[in-house]
Design a protein around this ligand. Structure first.
Ligand SMILES: Cc1ccnc(S(N)(=O)=O)n1
Ligand SMILES: [Zn+2]
Length: 263
């Protein structure tokens, strides 16, 4: 399923014709998380997020996804604990989704595809001064991945969904404030997988400690349909392309171990 989807996407999607492989990549993302191959690590602590909704600034359609961007010039919205040694600052979150509810996530669990995946991107503020620096360093970033599944309407997400028509085209930006992204996290925060990986869109740098939550969040079919109403293309382009299937094909594990915080 995933590989068929991937082949289909590669064929159909100009966006993914770019060089998809980071040359010599040893720790690329996304990957399939195999339950039987992941290793329970009892030393993994629960992780702590402290998000201040006042740092929420805007939504931007960058032509790959839509990003909700936060002011990361101070330590107001941070992530620490779990597999992390340092304190990380939230800089943005975004999603990846499919053209239908059959596929759309970047990571899979025992090859199970979800219709979408949320990424909350943080950078190591103990070691670096800017996101742009951290993105090039091995321990520079921490991304929390949350799977979305179709079910009841997600009340917290609706404020974001209502703002999407304003950023329909690539390069559009709209002010978006007072949004607390912790409403998008699952109840159980102490069950996750973690592994050393990369960004899944350019520059594909191998700078990411991935933290993938075991519990998916539920969103409605209608909410996902609004994601699919976005466009890859800017307003002046004559041919408009729906923003769907904005996920990367899965990458070889190359001997990496995925640790789980639960047995
Ligand atoms: C900030 C950023 C850039 C590229 N790719 C990602 S992702 N999809 O790995 O979270 N995040
Ligand atoms: Zn992402």
């Amino acid at each position: 399923k995933a590989c068929e989807a991937a082949e289909y996407i590669k064929k159909m999607h100009p966006m993914w014709q770019e060089p998809l492989e980071m040359p010599g990549g040893e720790r690329q993302s996304p990957i399939d998380i195999s339950l039987r191959k992941s290793v329970f690590d009892p030393n993994l602590k629960p992780f702590v997020t402290q998000y201040d909704p006042r740092t929420c600034q805007q939504i931007w359609n960058n032509g790959y996804s839509f990003l909700v961007e936060y002011d990361d010039t101070t330590d107001k919205s941070t992530l620490r604990g779990g597999p992390l040694e340092d304190k990380f600052r939230l800089c943005q979150f975004h999603f990846h989704w499919g053209e239908n509810n059959t596929w759309g996530s970047e990571h899979t669990v025992d090859r199970h595809l979800y219709p979408a995946e949320l990424h909350l991107v943080h950078w190591n503020a103990d070691k670096y001064a800017l996101f742009e620096e951290a993105i090039m360093e091995e321990n520079g970033l921490a991304v929390i991945g949350v799977f979305l599944k179709v079910g009841k309407r997600h009340e917290g997400l609706q404020k974001l969904v209502d703002a999407l028509p304003a950023v329909r085209h690539k390069d559009s930006v709209v002010e978006f404030t007072k949004f607390d992204p912790s409403c998008l996290l699952p109840e159980s925060m102490n069950e996750y997988w973690t592994y050393a990986g990369s960004l899944t869109t350019p520059p594909l740098t191998e700078a990411v400690t991935w933290i993938i939550m075991k519990q998916a969040i539920e969103v409605s079919h209608e909410q996902l349909a609004v994601f699919r109403s976005l466009l890859f293309t800017s307003a002046e382009e004559e041919v408009q392309k729906s923003m769907v299937n904005n996920f990367r094909v899965q990458q070889p594990l190359k001997g990496r171990t995925v640790r789980s915080s639960f047995s």
